[in-house]
Design a protein around this ligand. Sequence first.
Ligand SMILES: [Ca+2]
Ligand SMILES: [Ca+2]
Ligand SMILES: [Ca+2]
Ligand SMILES: [Ca+2]
Length: 463
Amino acid sequence: MSLSVRAVTTTVGLLVIVMMAAGCGSGDGIESAAPRTDGMRLGGLTGLLSPSVLITVEPPDVGRFLTGDETDFRLPLHNIYFAPSGIELLPDWDGISLTDPSGLAYAGYSFDLSAFSGPPRLQLSWRVPPANGNSWLALAEWEGDRWEWFSLPPESGLELPSLEPYINAEGTLNVLVLVTGTSLCELAWLRVGDNLEPLANADATASIGVTGQPCLLNGSASTDFDGSVVEYEWDTDGDGEYDLSAGSASRVDHVFATPGNRTVGLRVTDDAGATDVASTDILIGDGLRDTADFEAGWQGWAGDVADVLVSPGDEIYWELDRSTDLAFSGDWSVWLTADNRTDACKLWVEKRYQLAPSTTYTACISYKFCSEIGGIVGTWTILAGAMNADPETGYDIFQAGLARETTYNGGVAGFTWLSKTYTMDVTTAESGELYLLAGVWGVFEVWQTYYIDDITVQIIPAQ
Ligand SMILES: [Ca+2]
Ligand SMILES: [Ca+2]
Ligand SMILES: [Ca+2]
Ligand SMILES: [Ca+2]
């Protein structure tokens, strides 16, 4: 087990341990809001509650208090590990192995409730819940100068008659989360108050669409911090009426029958019935929409490379071909791979479209891009764009206002499919030619492999 655990046993920590040994051992199974009555007085309460030893949390009606990834060494804590997805509490950890005889882990939080008017409710979300009877919340009771302890049922929170005794004149609420036993637990978050409203995020994937063709409305960036979004409804004509329900699907296709600027509304509903709205603008035009999934051949696309020659007669190893190694749809995609000894190679797929001569279009290319780049080292660059001549050289493909973006996949281990969309205005040549392309530029001297699948091209007259 490779953990970097901070087993901090400060004076504060010792006080808490002593207190816990005296107070929590009997475990009277309290699940209601009644605290234990046997005191657990702390002479050092004032010192314990100084801001220097407790993490300070934003007002909870903002709704985002400690999510577990806010490493802060000011916490009074014991046997805590800050994991990316939450706070691990390891009651059996002694700093070396899982044999700590104290059987105790805790973390302290300080909330600024000076502007809080919500219900007296504390909610916890466990990624790995403690065993029943092993989790506790302690609230600083200011008047009595003591902590009041509440046993917690797993996967639950605390409903109090009032938070008043626990909020001091400055509006501070101090809470300790504590687990006993021998099992590792992970707390995702702790918050004060009621259900948090979801946050709607509407996106048309592409900011343009083609009349009479499917246009993907995308609400997948919508979130609900303390639950989940259970319904997505769209107002496709901007009249305030949500006319398209996608149920729990965050993405849905819609066909716009006529061209024009459209404002599309999204309403999301969370699992507690709360809603939020957002909107996005889409320009619909009479144009062309073209897709390729590479299942039945190249579908008009072709591979090309540049800057792969190290010296005359010595070319780097590269391949660009249809492949069944990995696919987003079906069995086939396109893979691009190179050992990149030139530190400059470019590999891409391109397709030629025949349009009106010397006319400015808005072109959008959307596709699935698969990257295993989870770190900064070895990060190549995505190249995507449109130009009015056949892209042949590295110089060519930098000429048309091409998108350049890192191939970083967000830190995920292994190959990960990402959604990419690039939109640009481009004027056709006198021949009416327009080339769309998508590929990579090997900006570090490392071997990398990428995959491309499910390309959608939309081209409409520029406004
Ligand atoms: Ca919610
Ligand atoms: Ca409507
Ligand atoms: Ca495919
Ligand atoms: Ca070419």
